[in-house]
Design a protein around this ligand. Structure first.
Ligand code: WTA
Length: 682
């Protein structure tokens, strides 16, 4: 499956310098380890587990599973019976055993240049223990769910690890989501407590998070689910003495006009609670398969899925992928630009890097604020060695040319990474040639919220790279490409990307709905985990992700389901029916093209258009804002009434070659749709 020898033509090779100290220094070594990892997973992962603290050893098989729905319930278990605590492994062990107490865990860089602070492993341990005691004093116990809705601040990491320390299950909701989305997630996971902040700036835009949180809690209450407590961090309204570890005056962050609604029955102030809290907190020892966190991802039915990850497997997998894919070395300054509200931030800001005792940049702001050089300014400021971002950010910055990049030296950079969507070869080349000056390998990491960590990825010193290909499987991962009938294709081929066996970090269930887990990922092809992505394998065995093959869209690296946007549109009183399709976009990858059929007597105008956009933003969040809305008095349907999205995708792209449309009930609608196309984004 993996070629015997690395190809030599049409590939980019990692730098020779890197090979000298790399953990996996050659393709031959990768291949040898890969074979070992799939033939003897117990031994391979057992070795990885030796780097961690186990209170008790595991009892059964290292990895136990059933992937075949026809043989019974789907399950994945790793190191069952072993007990540990992930927070203990990330903090106490680094502080007390590995002598990293004074090492910086995070270099926090605020939205405004000059707003910065640092936190060491020792300080983090103290703060996490204090906050864990706060949670306990609020009645949070092992297994309870806690919702976290915060900006990119150190306290977000503190809140997550405090939950993990006491065995509570965190559910982080991206702070760009709307009150409605937060409410839906709180209710679905039955969270007893919400942790939030007063507000934050994204560029020059002020987001009043407390107001949104209150709105969400009101909605929860109206739906019969009152949340008992809400802990609010003062981020913008912090008093100077409440700022821990700052190296600069926080004046630029202050926001005197910020309205902070306060309900004394529910609301509690983070800082007041912390004041009296002890910094001694014995970790709660958890079973390997105890839940660690829930993170919601879009589902094709429109209702988000609560992806559940468990303690030990996730810990091993994020740690080892971080170590090998970024070839982590102790003096690295690592920077992942993702938000912690997404899986990339969970795995490659919080858990993976901290397991290794790494120093990371934690950035609150935007790549374009105050100008389009911000990323490279930060790279030089902190001497970043490993840099991980998304293709959409690369394409966005590429538009401004080389000058904003070349204003800065970037000499510290050694490895570049991308994640979130397929990277087009042009963007890859720019990243490699201009940003990395042909010195730095680009690791194009394919993975999902569900996979917990990288599953297809180059290793920077071992894998010859092809721009646009996520290359080969990580250790323990066995991919296959299936055709529509579920047959495995050999050699160069294209079809459904599936995985044949589990790796420790994969999801265990959809929270509260195991059946949905089985139906979504295991039913279509019994015996395989189905990713939902299409994939091509070339003559050299390289994997190329071709994009989603379900009703999912990838806008700026964020997955959205067409169904969730449609249902937000249909909730507007003027809309009778809606259909949403993807249209390629030069920066965002894909954009949302929405067709709406209005109720009788309603006419389409700009006010309505603005209302519809607002509606989607309020229901889901700004990431789902429609790019195009077309008034469509009729939609193309089959005789059985099913909307033919294939036809709508052609209309959105103005492609007249429609293929076979003999199943269409009324072909005159199509002509009308082409006539009324939206040519410019709304
Ligand atoms: C897409 C993000 C191509 C893919 C970590 C996947 C990619 C979905 C890549 C998961 C990549 C992610 N190349 N496509 N390197 N990385 N994707 O759950 O469609 O937010 O299924 O996890 O993003 O998105 P999610």
């Amino acid at each position: 499956m993996i070629p015997d020898k690395a190809p030599k033509e049409d590939v980019f090779l990692g730098s020779e310098d890197l090979k000298k100290e790399a953990h996996v220094p050659s393709f031959d070594k990768y291949k040898e380890l890969y074979i070992h990892s799939v033939e003897n997973p117990g031994e391979f992962w057992g070795d990885v587990a030796k780097d961690f603290f186990w209170r008790n050893k595991h009892t059964g098989q290292f990895l136990d599973y059933n992937f075949d729905v026809t043989k019974g319930e789907i399950f994945i278990k790793c190191m069952e019976g072993a007990t540990t605590n992930i927070c203990y492994n990330l903090l106490d062990r680094n502080v007390h055993e590995k002598k990293l107490a004074d090492k910086i865990a995070f270099l926090w860089e605020g939205n405004e240049p000059g707003d910065e602070l640092t936190v060491t492993y020792r300080e983090l341990l103290q703060r996490v223990c204090q906050f864990a005691n706060v949670l306990k004093s609020q009645g949070v116990k092992k297994g309870d769910r806690v919702s976290i809705y915060m900006p990119m601040v150190v306290e977000l990491v503190v809140a997550m690890l405090a939950c993990a320390r006491i065995g509570a299950v965190h559910s982080v909701v991206f702070a760009g989501f709307s009150a409605e989305s937060l409410c839906e997630r709180i209710i679905d996971s039955q969270c007893s407590l919400l942790i939030t902040a007063d507000g934050f700036y994204r560029g020059d835009k002020l987001i009043n998070l407390k107001l949104l949180s209150d709105e969400a809690l009101q909605k929860c209450k109206d739906k019969g689910f009152p949340v008992k407590k809400c802990i609010m961090l003062k981020h913008l309204s912090k008093e100077p003495e409440e700022i821990v570890g700052s190296r600069s005056p926080p004046a630029k962050r202050s926001c005197p006009d910020l309205e902070i609604p306060w309900n004394p029955e529910v609301d509690l102030c983070w800082h007041t609670l912390i004041k009296g809290a002890s910094d001694d907190c014995e970790p709660v020892w958890c079973d390997s398969e105890d839940p660690l966190f829930i993170l919601y991802t879009s589902g094709s039915t429109g209702k988000p899925k609560g992806v559940l990850h468990t303690v030990s497997g996730y810990m091993l997998y994020t740690a080892i992928t971080f170590k090998l894919v970024f070839d982590y070395q102790p003096d690295d300054i690592y920077w992942c630009t993702a938000d912690i509200g997404w899986i990339t931030g969970h795995s490659y800001i919080t858990y993976g890097p901290m397991a290794l005792g790494a120093t990371s940049v934690l950035f609150e702001g935007l790549p374009t604020y105050p100008d389009v050089s911000r990323m490279w300014e930060i790279v030089d400021k902190y001497h970043v060695t490993k840099f991980y971002t998304a293709p959409t950010a690369i394409r966005l910055l590429m538009k401004f040319g080389n000058e904003p990049v070349q204003k800065y030296k970037r000499k510290s950079l050694k490895i570049l990474g991308t994640v979130g969507e397929p990277i087009n070869p042009e963007a890859w080349q720019w990243y490699y040639n201009v940003v990395g000056e042909k010195r730095c390998p680009v690791v194009d990491t394919f993975w999902q919220t569900e996979t917990g960590g990288h599953v297809l990825t180059p290793l920077p010193a071992a894998t010859p790279m092809k721009p646009g290909s996520a290359t080969f499987p990580f250790f323990g991962v066995v991919p296959a490409i299936l055709n529509e009938s579920g047959e495995e294709l050999e050699g160069p081929s294209e079809g459904y990307l599936v995985f044949k066996q589990p790796w420790p970090g994969m999801m265990r269930t959809v929270y509260g709905n195991h059946q949905r887990f089985e139906t979504t990922y295991f039913k279509k092809f019994p015996g395989y985990y189905v990713t939902g992505d299409g994939c091509r394998r070339d003559k050299d065995g390289y994997y190329w992700i071709t994009g989603r093959i379900d009703d999912m869209l990838n806008v700026s690296g964020h997955l959205l389901s067409t169904a969730e946007v449609e249902s937000a549109l249909v909730e507007h009183k003027a809309v009778a029916e809606a259909a949403v399709v993807s249209r390629p976009h030069p920066v965002k990858g894909e954009s949302l093209y929405c067709f709406v059929t209005l109720n009788d007597g309603v006419s389409y105008n700009q006010t309505l258009e603005a209302e519809l956009k607002k509606q989607v933003r309020e229901k889901i969040g700004a990431i789902a804002t429609p790019d195009y809305i077309q008034n469509a008095p009729g939609l193309p349907k089959t005789r059985s009434g099913k909307i033919m999205r294939r036809v709508l995708r052609k209309v959105a792209c103005n492609e007249k070659d429609l293929g076979d449309i003999s199943t269409l009930a009324d072909s005159s609608v199509v002509e009308q749709l082409f006539q009324n196309r939206c040519c410019t984004a709304v």
